[in-house]
Design a protein. Structure first.
Length: 115
């Protein structure tokens, strides 16, 4: 069973950038569809970006043009490059992977964007 660990979160000013990383162990990302989600207190977890096994990507409207999901299968790592950050991007960001068996989640990393 794959295990996921996010890193790269932190505090950044509005307009700044961060790159989140999600490292996998116990499995290869090449066998999974992967995605980034985020959640703020009192709200449901929402999809931010996905990368399918076929190589296509999709983004939430709120982050299109600002965020980019990518994967490095050789390093077994998925990234979320976040540019032009806004205070409303503040959330806990989670990495997830999906295969035919089920969904797997990381523990999350906090991103805080100050105005």
């Amino acid at each position: 069973q794959v295990q996921l660990e996010e890193s790269g979160g932190g505090l950044v000013q509005a307009g700044g950038s961060l790159r989140l990383s999600c490292a996998a162990s116990g499995g290869s990302f090449s066998a999974y569809a992967v995605g980034w989600f985020r959640q703020t207190p009192g709200k449901q977890r929402e999809l931010v970006a996905i990368s399918t096994l076929g190589g296509s990507t999709n983004y939430a409207d709120s982050v299109k043009g600002r965020f980019t999901i990518s994967r490095d299968n050789a390093k077994n790592t998925v990234y979320l490059q976040m540019n032009s950050l806004k205070p409303e991007d503040t959330a806990v960001y989670y990495c997830a992977a999906r295969d035919v068996v089920g969904d797997y989640w990381g523990q999350g990393t906090q991103v805080t964007v100050s105005s």
